[in-house]
Design a protein around this ligand. Sequence first.
Ligand code: NAD
Length: 467
Amino acid sequence: MTNDRRNFIKKSVLAGAGLGLFSNQILSAEKENSQLELSNKNEPKSVIRMAFIGVGLRGEVHLEECIKRKDVQVIAICDPDKNSAIPRAKKIIGEYYGEKNKVVEYSNGEEDYINLLNRTDVDAVIISTPWEWHTRQGVLAMKKGIAVGMEVCGAMDLQECWDLVDAHEASGTPFFGLENVCYRRDVMAVLNMVRQNLFGELLHLQGGYQHDLRNVKFNDGKQFYGGGVEFGDKGISEAKWRTNHSVHRNGDLYPTHGLGPVGTMINLNRGNRLISLTSVATKSRGLHKYIVDNGGKDHQNAKVEFKLGDIVTTLLTTANGETIMLSHDTNSPRPYSLNFRVQGTQGLWMDDIDSIYIEGRSPKGHTWEKADAYLSQYDHPLWLKYGKDAEGAGHGGMDFFVIHSFIESLKRNEPCALDVYDLATWYAITPLSEASVAQGGQLQQIPDFTRGRWMSRKPIFALDDRY
Ligand SMILES: NC(=O)c1ccc[n+]([C@@H]2O[C@H](COP(=O)([O-])OP(=O)(O)OC[C@H]3O[C@@H](n4cnc5c(N)ncnc54)[C@H](O)[C@@H]3O)[C@@H](O)[C@H]2O)c1
């Protein structure tokens, strides 16, 4: 244990009863971490040699977040898109490393990632590819002993989730689920409040992906967002591949931004686990309407039948007796919201109205207070320490933290804060919700990817101000 960490724990313990739970979690996690460390093969490192598979709009954000760090050396990039993704990535690399940089390019088709993963000088890879590629690329990387940071989505089927878990367990290779919203400043402040028992015992949580994606799902094949109603081969960026999932699938296609953050608050896979879910979907109208409104009723895409219901609602139960509601709402005009609500026996926070109510503390009964003062008072130690470094990073700074956490855990050879069991659990929501919708809301059992170890695993996510 480092001196910094010891000091933080000491300060937390001295801070008194309010921090008791937090401190106990830290001490237990230290114990589990040190046990896990014994089984880790790699030595601590000062520099992580990093590669990137997929350098489209998301991959280039990760590339820039990594390349500006002194503790990362970018070794290679891989993307079959030689017209846009590769030149944009090379521009970023040139800005930081100059024209004579030695970053190697793999752009010979969709399978060239295999050649990248055959390299022996890569410590870690960040995968930001279309959803259907994540598992096979992540599994191969782990087999090769290359640590994986994997972007978010939902699995194609449950087997993919097990494949990731199996590859991690067989190889012992580190795996990080890059769920950046877990690091959102207000979400982390609320996590801090949960750990200090402000809301009492948690009962119900909500989250979701409520994002009008119509000009992401369609474009004109030239600009990334909107300007036309093309998708598939005639679209670019996410319209090229993501929209096809709306044609063929009906379920919560993007569960992680809602479930990841609330999952850390109720210690999923670490003393708690998901048990079951049921999903229902509205009819599908928004995407067809968008095509007709913007491309005309005679446009060839007006004939496409979209399977994805405009609003998919999923209810989950947990082993410890909480319920979670997730919403997936990407086809309609609406302001962005991840729909967070965190409610316990003593009070609740609601993201949409930026409000909080705590019995015995809020000045007036039955009346909301604005959450701002609470969010400042309970600002998470990580944000207090690294807020300045995160300035300018993507998504209000949280993209700094997700990369920071991945790199720091690799350097220290400590367990990843959001691990393969977390990602497998989040990813599993998609195929299970598809099955539930198809069966009229039939209850689905959620696999225990930890194979029973959720009962003894201790929380490790953001317990201090390190990463
Ligand atoms: N966490 C977030 O906030 C966030 C935001 C946006 C996207 N994402 C996720 O990031 C991932 C990528 O999304 P995006 O917006 O960058 O999409 P994108 O279409 O802009 O980029 C994907 C890139 O992958 C490349 N690619 C396709 N097949 C490949 C292969 N076999 N090997 C290597 N590269 C391949 C494409 O050419 C493209 O450049 C998705 O999982 C998406 O859901 C996450």
